[in-house]
Design a protein around this ligand. Structure first.
Ligand code: C2E
Ligand code: MG
Length: 550
């Protein structure tokens, strides 16, 4: 019979494969079998006996419904079976299919190697090799699935916690990448221990981790988890023989069916995380819609800032600095403003931070220096004696490669001697990279430039800076000056700052002097210089010229 011949050909072909092949009829009785026998396959078919008898009782129970389906519905079925035998854990693929009127075929194939390869691939593709935690791809696919589920149940609440370690870069830079890696591993392990087993902890990359709380009761419960994580980090880490304190900022996005896209939820938790960072170390913040608005404004300002440098929308105002002894002008401070096409005149507090973050400060900083030096030169000429120009520097500028050479070149271009430029720095600016920044200032000091420590008294480690930096002036912060009239305490503080500075050969400038009375007190205390509304308000160059009758 032609049909039989075809079947015989198929059987011959299949016999060459390392599979176990069984032919059976519609009653489930074995008619024939081919292929390896013995312990290597969890199936020992016997001619004329029910196929199900060929399996262990547990396997038979698993296979039975599929087999019934195959015979009853005349459909192919497929099952992956896990078996533990002498070779350890083995995987088999079992397939049953109709192949004639009253004839069926079952195939058993060992797929252990294929399965292991797939698991390894899965492990590699879905796990972070360092911390062994699920990675971004894994996390995103889980988040998508959970969001879908949360859409169908109104009361289903999930929370996404976005974590970013505080000052991780400093650890990495100062203690090396090996210690950094170890910290990431231990950090991941602590996170894992701080949450429930069913919560997903994943590493998105770098020092960014996420925790996904599935099916929680309320937002406060998510905050409680965030607090538990902060608590779990209180204990220092023991790494490379050192005790390391590590905190994290946490941004939370909580959803009850509100999110359609995983990307949206991730973005919102990220925004909340930045909010938490801005509050200091080891803080949490929950996402609110208003953050969106603020972020959009920030983004548009960022784009506009980029254009503003090219389109010359900045201008400088100047404030005179006076000798307290004779009220004569000793220098000018340059204060930058942004003439924004829509928002009007913006003060530095509204854009310097952004310019630092985006790197625009480099170009803007050069422009400010060039412009300020030019104005300094014209005042010197008009007044017939040297008037130095004070320029505020941000930390990013001090990090700029070759910054000292740029300053020297700009001085030369403007025909101003190094003594004509005062550089105002803050503790915060030096703090970004104390060693390198102190060196840059040292080099400039050796060339004859003078350095002013601005906003003195607002930092935390003021005295150490005074001792390490090449300082000519300390500027006592406006906060102290404005409270001088209030009572003895502020006066005592300012008095001791002045004494200490003088002891070290440093002169003192008081800033924000608004009242005549303060001038007298400062003079009494021996303060050298002062600036503020009591003398002049910051104004464009021509107005200052007029004011000084030049
Ligand atoms: P700062 O260096 O401490 O500048 C003094 C600030 O006090 C200025 O604010 C000035 O307008 C204000 N001020 C002056 N006299 C008085 C007074 O009597 N009373 C009161 N209440 N305020 C007074 P401004 O111009 O908004 O500058 C703020 C800060 O922005 C500056 O603080 C400085 O740190 C930064 N900044 C200004 N210009 C630049 C710049 O060109 N580059 C960089 N990197 N930062 C700048
Ligand atoms: Mg200043």
């Amino acid at each position: 019979m032609p049909d039989n011949r075809k079947l015989q050909e198929a059987v011959t072909l299949l016999e060459s494969l390392p599979d176990l092949l069984v032919l059976f009829d519609s009653r489930g009785t074995c008619i024939d079998h081919h292929g390896p026998s013995g312990d290597s396959y969890p199936m020992t078919p016997r001619h004329g006996r029910p196929l199900l008898e060929a399996f262990s009782p547990e396997l038979a129970a698993t296979i039975s419904p599929a087999l019934a389906d195959c015979i009853g519905e005349r459909r192919s079925t497929e099952l992956d079976l896990q078996v533990n035998n002498q070779q350890g854990e083995q995987w088999f693929e079992f397939r049953a299919m109709p192949c004639g009127d009253n004839l069926f075929m079952a195939l058993m194939r060992n797929i252990t190697d294929r399965r292991r390869e797939r698991d390894a691939l899965y492990e590699g593709a879905y796990h972070d090799p360092l911390t062994r935690l699920p990675n971004r791809a894994h996390f995103m696919s889980r988040l998508r699935r959970i969001l879908e589920r949360s859409q169908t149940h109104a009361s289903y609440t999930i929370a996404l916690l976005m974590l970013d370690m505080d000052r991780f870069k400093a650890v990495n830079d100062s203690l090396g990448h090996l210690v950094g890696d170890q910290l990431l591993i231990e950090f991941g392990a602590r996170l894992r221990r701080a949450v429930r087993p069913q919560d997903l902890v994943a590493r998105l990359g770098g020092d960014e981790f996420v925790v996904l709380l599935d099916n929680i009761q309320s937002a406060p419960q998510a905050l409680a988890v965030a607090n538990r994580i902060h608590g779990a980090l209180k204990q220092p880490f023991q790494l490379a023989g050192k005790e390391l304190h590590c905190t994290t900022s946490i941004g939370l996005a909580v959803a009850s069916g509100g999110y359609r896209s995983a990307d949206d939820m991730l973005r919102d938790s990220d925004m909340a995380m930045y909010q938490a960072k801005s509050r200091g170390r080891g803080e949490s913040a929950v996402f609110e819609q208003s953050m969106h608005q603020r972020n959009l404004e920030q983004l548009s300002l960022e784009n506009e800032l980029r254009r503003a440098v090219a389109e010359d929308q900045f201008l400088l105002n100047f404030q005179t600095v006076h000798s307290l002894a004779d009220e004569g002008v000793s220098s000018l401070e340059a204060l930058v403003r942004w003439q924004h096409p829509r928002r009007g005149l913006l003060l530095p507090g509204e854009f310097i931070g952004l310019a630092e973050d985006t790197g625009e400060i480099t170009g803007l900083g050069h422009w400010i220096l060039r412009q300020a030096l030019r104005t300094g030169a014209s005042f010197t000429k008009a007044m017939g004696r040297p008037i130095s120009m004070s320029v505020n520097l941000s930390g990013r500028q001090l990090s700029e490669p070759g910054f000292d050479e740029v300053v020297l070149r700009l001085l030369e271009e403007a025909g101003v001697p190094p003594s004509g430029l005062l550089l105002e720095i803050t503790e915060k600016a030096v703090n970004l990279d104390p060693k390198a920044h102190t060196k840059v200032l040292q080099r400039l000091h050796e060339k004859g430039l003078r350095v002013v420590l601005d906003n003195f008294g607002t930092g935390q480690s003021s005295l150490s800076y005074v001792l390490n930096l090449p300082l000519h002036y300390i500027k006592v912060d406006r906060g102290f000056v404005s409270r001088l009239a209030e009572g003895r305490a502020t006066r005592v503080v300012v008095d001791s700052v002045i004494r200490l500075a003088h002891e070290l050969g440093i002169q003192v400038i008081a800033e924000g002097v608004e009242r005549e009375g303060d001038k007298a007190v400062l003079k009494d205390l021996g303060c050298d210089l002062a600036q503020g509304w009591a003398y002049t308000r910051p104004a464009p160059e021509n107005e200052i010229f007029t004011h000084l009758n030049l």
